[in-house]
Design a protein around this ligand. Structure first.
Ligand code: FAD
Ligand code: MLT
Ligand code: ZN
Length: 497
């Protein structure tokens, strides 16, 4: 489902035929790189994982998946599709949360999964060059062996691709420390809709000669070009990493703890995440359902939780700082309880309390996901407003029993980025109309962003005006038209021209 605001299939696009499939096969070094129901080389079931999204909310009807192995092949495919008027959806790991990586109708899926080579790594500068289809976790493991870290981390690291990360300008769990991809990406290789290859992989740290064109592709969600190569600056991996999780009684306390943590930990702070007790309960239930023994993490549980990570170079020094912080926060009665990881296993199990929220919410129902930027003091009031709104509509009841099973709030406090997940019995228009555009209206009241890090995709394309001015939207449309005059790349999404 794509909501009631979806434009109809454009008659400007051709409908793919068996002949198109034959031609696409002839462009690739291996005919196995094309899967299609049109020539019987694949069944509808084979194509389903490419047509459906991670949340099972969006379902495309593509009959062709193309998996090129080289940049040249991507160029040949796009040149051909552009000439034939065939629409194309670029797809990475298909972990996107706004329906951007799936076809809306019958667009051809161009999946980057077969382009997964690390091209080079320079241990002096820390510059990594890789194919766009590299899995984030694989690249990070490669860098770990060399004492470096990928400057982005997120819960989907085992499936998402570096190209997809750049295309969505993903933020993740350590943006607070390493900054946005707009700063760390040094160069890109991109195939434009007509097959032209834009190559800025040289990756200089300083380069003020003209417009910084690569920036346009970072966060462009596959609408103006297909990223095939990424050059990125990897920092040294901290040799000492630690994590603590605190329970707290109020959102006021979360903000005070954030301030104290920045002051107490200084340069070693690498993540500051928060989640509410509803999110924590979902994770506990999910872990239990997965067969793990129920373990007591906190002596005193709270209304809220924060996760603090440190990354430094001296374990004793960092541990002392974290321990001092914990003691001060207890003394000042800002936290109810705190747990410090004692070893690697605990480090990972504490992180799981935060990282498993999306998966746990998915287990609790069909999830309406909102990814918002608002000033930190206002963040949690949006979750409360949403509960009131759903309660008034008779959809949600405190303690359960309504069509909405749970409303949870969590996110990246350090970045002013709130996630609201509304777990429903199913996706339908009745629920969606109560939530949207209300959620965007309350964000606009705070002059916030309706898409902090997940992107617009098909989900938020109609609502861009809540965050961007008419002038900005007009300029974006002109950019789209300049790169993609026929509109073949990821149509119906992002900024609809
Ligand atoms: P896909 O989902 O395949 O594609 C996403 C978009 O990028 C689509 O519009 C697609 O057309 C386009 N695209 C993909 N590859 C290319 C390419 N090579 N060239 C051009 N366009 C391309 N996001 C965050 O920002 N922070 C998080 O903390 C975070 N955590 C997540 C946790 C989970 C469990 C999940 C499921 C998702 C999470 N996400 C998060 C959302 C998602 O944006 C990221 O997982 C990731 O950046 C998407 O990468 P992907 O390879 O899966 O891209
Ligand atoms: C997260 O912070 O966990 C991600 O952005 C994913 C999500 O919100 O579902
Ligand atoms: Zn997030």
């Amino acid at each position: 489902r794509h909501g009631s605001t979806l434009p109809p299939r454009s008659s400007a696009f051709a409908t793919a035929t068996k002949e198109h499939v034959e031609h696409l096969k002839s462009l690739l070094s291996s005919p196995n790189g094309v899967m299609s129901t049109l020539d019987g080389s694949a069944s509808t079931d084979d194509l389903q994982p490419f047509n459906d999204d991670w949340m099972n909310k969006y379902h495309g009807k593509s009959q062709i998946v193309v998996k090129p192995k080289t940049t040249q092949e991507v160029a040949e495919i796009l040149k051909y599709c552009n000439g034939q008027g065939l629409a194309v959806v670029p797809q990475g790991g298909n972990t996107g949360l706004v329906g951007g990586s799936n076809p809306v109708y019958d667009e051809i899926i161009l999946n980057l999964g077969n382009m997964s080579a690390i091209r080079s790594f320079d241990e002096v500068s820390g510059i990594l060059q890789c194919d766009a289809g590299c899995i984030l976790e694989t690249v990070d493991n490669y860098l770990a062996e060399k004492g470096f870290i990928f400057p982005l981390d997120l819960g989907a690291k085992g499936s998402c691709q570096v190209g997809g990360n750049v295309a969505t300008n993903a933020g993740g769990l350590r943006l607070l420390r390493y900054g946005s991809l707009h700063g760390t990406v040094l160069g890109l290789e991109v195939v434009l809709p007509d097959g032209t290859i834009y190559d800025s992989m040289g990756g200089l740290r300083k380069d003020n000669t003209g417009f910084d064109l690569k920036q346009l592709f970072i966060g462009s969600e596959g609408t103006i070009g297909i990223i095939t190569g990424v050059s990125i600056l990897a920092p040294k991996r901290p040799t000492a990493m630690n994590v603590a999780v605190f329970s707290l009684s109020s959102y006021e306390a979360v903000q005070k703890v954030f301030n104290e943590t920045k002051a107490g930990l200084g340069e070693i702070l690498s993540a500051f995440e928060f989640f509410d007790k509803q999110a924590y309960e979902l994770v506990k239930r999910h872990i239990k359902e997965g067969g793990e023994a129920d373990r007591k993490v906190f002596e005193t549980e709270g209304e809220f939780y924060v996760l603090v990570e440190t990354g430094g170079s001296n374990n004793d020094h960092d541990e002392e700082k974290l321990q001092n912080l914990l003691e001060k926060l207890m003394e000042d009665e800002l936290i109810l309880d705190g747990v410090l990881a004692q070893d690697q296993t605990q480090f990972h199990s504490l992180w799981k309390l935060r990282e498993l929220i999306p998966e746990s919410a998915g287990k609790a129902g069909s999830v309406y996901k909102y990814d918002l930027s608002v000033p930190v003091p206002k963040m949690y009031s949006l979750v409360e407003k949403m509960r009131t709104r759903l309660g008034d509509a008779g959809l949600w009841k405190e303690g359960g029993g309504g069509r909405i099973r749970e409303v949870v709030g969590y996110g990246h406090i350090g970045d002013g980025n709130l996630h609201i997940n509304i777990c429903a019995d199913k996706y339908d228009d009745e629920i969606e109309k109560v939530i949207e555009p209300y959620v965007y209206e309350i964000v606009a009241e705070e002059r916030g962003s309706i898409s902090a890090e997940h992107g617009l995709g098909v989900m938020k394309a109609p609502y861009i005006g809540y965050s961007k001015s008419p002038t900005s939207i007009e300029l974006m449309k002109q950019v789209k038209k300049m790169f993609d005059p026929k509109g073949i790349l990821n149509p119906y999404k992002y900024v609809v021209v």
